[in-house]
Design a binder for this molecule. Structure first.
Ligand code: UDX
Ligand code: UDX
Length: 466
């Protein structure tokens, strides 16, 4: 950028949310200098290379066009934070693994660390924006930590949750359904909201920019994810009933989705939802409800997660029962390991839980996914309790293959875990020819041509279709 920028934005956390979000701000606002900082040197090195750390359609092109001009990636957190006008906090807030609220509460340790860092190095007033999904009232904690800076500076804390979905992040950011900005309803708070709203206003129509108080904004993100996940759990619960009654869940979903009050989206029955947000955010909501003395409300939302666990276990059970009640020593081709298509992200993927259940039965899982890296797969399996320490023969029982044909060779079954488009176009006659017979297909995403597969000779199971 030749001239001095009008505004300096820094984002702490170069992950699935921070990276794409800042790339699109840089793309849309050429007069804003955007810098993404991260404590991980490896992560920043990849953002500065041709091999970005995350796969997201369209992201490469933006980074290529804006990097070094008004988009930067750095580990020099102190200098960047010091120079910033607006600081986004976009670090991860995973479910706590130990201590109070373990397994449910969100760990906001990273957000607090960011606030402490800002308090430590700031020498001018800042607007601090929570981008990470956080429990309601986190802004209060962030504000208090910032206040420990005793240089007489003013900090305004805002909440601006991100609603992008992975795989469509760039499209979602360029044309968001809405931008939500929450802040204190004081003159200074409202002025800070306006400043951040003005950035988005460069490309987002005014009527799509919603402003609220801080707590509504923080809570809305958790509630949005809880409602979306609830739709999936609702239709998944009905898929089980369909299988018993010979109703077809895809017909039911179409029939109810045409009611505009219900709407067609997020009614796709599946092997279960995954991803870094849904389970984490609902568990967090459940924990919050309990903490505020609302056990019935907590139980209501807990059921969304329980139903998801049920669906994954039900799918595994059907696989085992179909294959004559034993999969011991049998090879199973796992098609897809990402939690959804068009991403290499494996966090909380349903595939890991199916693999876990297969591993318990001592089946052999040959995994093929077009984007997931081996290291990520084993990392996720590790999170779900499958490491080489607990399972010394893990890498003999679960491994990836270079092609679908390699995965299918000698397998008794193909289990579709991710709805990758390319899975629809494979030569299933060829796959059938290299498999054990009878050859099974368990379509956890209902994406294949089942009539054709049956014609070839496969035994096919589809969720919610008897
Ligand atoms: C995260 C949360 O999971 C989500 O709830 C929230 O809405 C947005 O932030 P994501 O971007 O997918 O989402 O997280 P991740 O890809 O794990 O990236 C977080 C980054 O923050 C990592 O690169 C990590 O190195 C970095 N980080 C973490 C810091 O820079 N500083 C810290 O103190 C902690
Ligand atoms: C979600 C929200 O959509 C997004 O707004 C929020 O910011 C972050 O969390 P993401 O986790 O990226 O985004 O993916 P999403 O498309 O919502 O899918 C989540 C999971 O639900 C995936 O495993 C997906 O395969 C599954 N799903 C989705 C279904 O099983 N059926 C459906 O009908 C839709």
């Amino acid at each position: 950028m030749a001239s001095t920028p009008d505004l300096r934005i820094v984002c702490m956390g170069a992950g699935y949310v921070g990276g794409p979000t800042m790339a699109v701000i840089a793309e849309q606002c050429h007069n804003v200098r955007v810098c993404v900082v991260d404590i991980s040197q490896a992560q920043i090195d990849r953002w500065n290379s041709d091999n970005l750390p995350i796969f997201e359609p369209g992201l490469d092109d933006i980074v290529k066009a804006r990097r070094g001009i008004n988009l930067f990636f750095s580990t020099d957190v102190d200098a960047e934070v010091k120079a910033a006008d607006i600081i986004f906090i976009s670090v991860n807030t995973p479910t706590k693994r130990s201590g109070l609220g373990a397994g449910r509460a969100a760990d906001i340790k990273n957000c607090e660390l960011c606030a402490r860092k800002i308090a430590e190095v700031a020498e001018s007033d800042k607007i601090v924006v929570e981008k990470s999904t956080v429990p309601v009232r986190t802004a209060e904690a962030v504000q208090r930590v910032l206040s420990s800076n005793d240089k007489g500076l003013s900090f305004q804390v805002l909440s601006n949750p991100e609603f992008l979905a992975e795989g469509t992040a760039i499209a979602d950011l360029r044309a968001p359904s809405r931008v939500l900005i929450g802040g204190q309803q004081t003159p200074a708070g409202l002025a800070a909201i306006k400043r951040v709203a003005d950035v988005y206003a460069k490309w987002v129509p005014a009527e799509k920019i919603i402003t609220t108080n801080l707590w509504s904004s923080e809570l809305s993100k958790l509630v949005a994810n809880a409602f979306l996940a609830q739709r999936i759990s609702s239709i998944n619960s009905i898929s089980a009933l369909c299988e018993r009654t010979k109703a077809d869940v895809y017909e039911v979903s179409r029939a109810i989705g045409t009611d505009p009050r219900v709407g067609p989206r997020f009614l796709q029955a599946s092997v279960g939802f995954g991803g870094s947000c849904f389970q984490k955010d609902i568990l967090n909501l459940v924990y919050l409800c309990e903490s505020f003395g609302l056990p019935e409300v907590a139980a209501y939302w807990q059921q969304v997660v329980t139903m998801n666990e049920y669906q994954r276990d039900r799918f595994s059970r059907i696989m085992i029962e179909s294959m004559f009640n034993t999969v011991t020593g049998k090879r199973i081709a796992i098609f897809g390991f990402a939690f959804k298509k068009d991403t290499g992200d494996t966090r909380e993927t349903a595939a890991a839980f199916i693999v876990k259940n297969m591993l318990a039965e001592r089946a052999i899982c040959a995994v093929f996914d077009p984007k997931v890296e081996d290291e990520e797969m084993y990392k996720e399996l590790g999170y779900q309790g499958m490491s080489e320490t607990s399972h010394p023969d893990l890498k003999k029982l679960v491994f990836s293959q270079e092609s679908p044909l390699d995965a299918a060779r000698g397998a008794h079954a193909i289990a579709v875990m991710t709805e990758w488009d390319e899975f629809k176009d494979y030569d299933y006659e060829e796959l059938y020819s290299v498999m054990q017979k009878p050859a099974f297909v368990f379509d956890g995403r209902n994406i294949l041509d089942h009539a054709k597969l049956r014609e070839i000779g496969f035994e096919v199971y589809v969720i919610g279709r008897g």
